[in-house]
Design a protein around this ligand. Structure first.
Ligand code: GRF
Length: 207
């Protein structure tokens, strides 16, 4: 049973998918704490309603990253809750080296495109504007790059002529909710091995 900490900034639908997967036994783990860098993130209320400790932790003055005292506070809380795996779920800040080394190989993120295409903000809109026929989502380990860490799982969805960025995002989101819990379960089973740029998925055991 792994202990999971989730970092959020907004809506929290991936967070909910992870919490539900734990409760339904699809992840051999438990979400022990949810931290938000925004006091008004709907995710905080949603987590509390599901009985998970959830708190706003001030992110400091830097706009897009987590550094200094704020970073230390995040690390302190995650350690206090004895978190094995940190899951970023719509967390809008870049994780820096100090945090990365504290949880080396134990931080995951979900991104709504087929990386390395369309990293950064509004990935679904980027894909739609570019005119790709397929997009999707990616679960990856986090490193010091933006959306560039070793890829664990991806899912592909078609892009239709009458799509809007919103309808595409909705189709992608369904797949996000499926593959994020799957990737976490692979981690919980000890089946993910990072080998340089790649993640090797080891065969499953007897059960
Ligand atoms: C998702 O599209 C996720 O891929 C991206 O941010 C969005 C968060 O949505 N990183 P939610 O808060 O999980 O509903």
């Amino acid at each position: 049973m792994i202990r999971i900490g989730i970092l959020v900034s907004g809506r929290g639908s991936n967070m909910e998918a992870i919490i539900d997967a734990c409760k339904e036994g699809r992840i051999d783990g438990e979400v022990v704490v949810v931290l938000s860098d925004r006091p008004d993130a709907p995710a905080l209320e949603k987590a509390k309603r599901k009985g998970i400790p959830a708190m706003y932790v001030p992110p400091g003055k830097k706009r897009y990253s987590l550094v200094g005292e704020a970073e230390e506070e995040y690390i302190r809380i995650l350690r206090e809750y004895r978190v094995d795996l940190v899951c970023l779920a719509g967390f809008m800040r870049i994780i820096k080296r100090r945090f990365l080394s504290e949880f080396e190989g134990r931080i995951m993120n979900i991104h709504p495109s087929l990386l390395p295409s369309f990293p950064g903000l509004e990935a679904q809109r980027q894909a739609w504007e570019y005119g790709v026929r397929f997009s999707g989502c990616t679960v990856h380990f986090v490193d010091e790059t933006v959306d560039g860490g070793p890829i664990i799982l991806q899912a592909v969805v078609p892009v239709f002529d009458d799509d809007t960025p919103e309808s595409l995002a909705e189709r992608i989101l369904k797949e996000e909710h499926r593959i994020y819990p799957e990737a976490i379960q692979l981690f919980a089973e000890g089946r993910l091995r990072i080998e340089g740029r790649k993640v090797k998925i080891l065969p499953g055991g007897e059960g």
